[in-house]
Design a protein. Sequence first.
Length: 550
Amino acid sequence: MPGGTDQTLRPFLWRAANLYSDTEIVSRNHDGMQRYTYSEYEQRTSQLANALDEHGIEEGDRVGTFCWNHSRHFETYFGVPSIGAQLHTINPLLPDAHIQYIVDNADDQLIFVDHSLAPKLASAVADADDEFEGVDFVVMGSEESEHLEATPYESFIEGQETEYDWPDIDEEQPAGMCYTSGTTGNPKGVEYTQQMLWSHTMATLTPQGIPMADDDVVMPVVPMFHVNAWGMPFTATAGGSKHVYPGPSPEPEDIANLIENEGVTISAGVPTVWLGLMEYCSEHDVDLSTLETVIVGGSAAPKSMIEWFDDQGVEVLHAWGMTEMSPIGSVSHLKSDLRDADYETQLEKRGKQGLMVPGLEFKVIDENGEEIAWDGEEFGELWIRGPWVTKEYFKRPEANEADFEDGWLKTGDVVTVDEDGYIQIVDREKDVIKSGGEWISSVELENAVMAHDDVSEAAVVGVPHERWQERPVAFVVPGEGVERETLVSEITEMLKDDYPKWWLPDEIEFIEEVPKTATGKFSKKDIREEYADQSLVEGQVPEDAAPDQD
Ligand code: ADP
């Protein structure tokens, strides 16, 4: 039943604007630092809502963003869903073909784009068929873009009323949307209803989640195009915290400066981000004394990282989640009876993906379809359900059939569960590679490589990497009498045309045959085992392979 106090996002904004009207939102924007209060935030968000109305955006319409983490992007976080429209955050690091598909599939009406990302979006638009037909653009700043015909954001909201008569919105109304890259085929859309975002926010506010309060200064480094920066902008607002946004492509130096200058207490990001900060701190004098908690997720947190932060007096909370789950699932808090355990035991628990947050249920199913014992040894696929777990993919019936069963989401993560209930990811069923927190589809890459006439077979696997966690390596069976160097450079050139630099395999190895399973499929497991000693080390990957460079 619709009603003002249903499980919707708007009351979080109301509370922050009224109880913490002077608390700040600080942002490293492309046009300089922006600093204002929740009270001004609410006014600008109201202006945005009025501008969206004037532009013709209606309840149920989808509005895209193609942006880094900054205050204007944050304005869309409440402004778009609170008029009943749907905020679709688009990952700008994806290959152009994926971006075209996503915009078309979501039927976005309007896209907010950063100045620094306008060239990338313009290239996807230029190559498109009709995917962008009827889409308007707003560029995040005061000036026009040289690359796209777009209204500057400040002109878009200028002159609009600073108040808005927010409608009552049904909690089942979709409020957000994010696409996740799968093994094969196009990315899959996940819709977040008002209720899903509300319940995710409330669960993460509990002590077993990632609590944020009015004395916290919260800096999401995890991009806002990644599952709403793991929900942090909503959680921080609900808690009345100060927000700090690190802006376009933040470097370790920017992150260090913001922690020092703004007194950040909680921050979150993938391991690659923290490895960068650790390295920076080893060469510079950085004051981390305000920092209390660092959330590490997206890929496994190395134990050495947890120890390093312990030495700085900073608690690492290792979190696991998925786009399909808004995204938080588990957090590695220590149970109270482990607080007196020795450091090694504690470290072992904290290095696992943790305990499910209140509100979720899970089970782990082995290859015989049986539930595993919680002994830390048996393993199986993690299935999960709960109020903020999606029940389907957007317009993808075939993916629904494969990934959901009896109301459970089949995560594709292979886990053990120990006697204390801590889950640990030990493998992944999905054939994808996660580099610096971003997905690369190995199947898509190998199909692209096999499109070369001189390649008879190719398999792409993820190889462990110190800094990026995983990097792709291609194993290629060449045709008869093919000259190696020519083939490698031709494959590389071919891939460059269709994929961003950070998707390109770090190495192309020649093999005689791709190992197969009994059913004739490529056995990636055998390739990984056979070439396990090929673990890549820092220095082998060109700096510009970083996911934020392209
Ligand atoms: P996000 O990266 O924001 O968590 P994605 O949907 O892109 O969300 O990726 C989800 C997948 O990432 C999980 O299914 C799992 O394979 C992997 N993952 C997420 N968190 C962790 C973690 N803490 N440790 C290991 N793998 C993780």
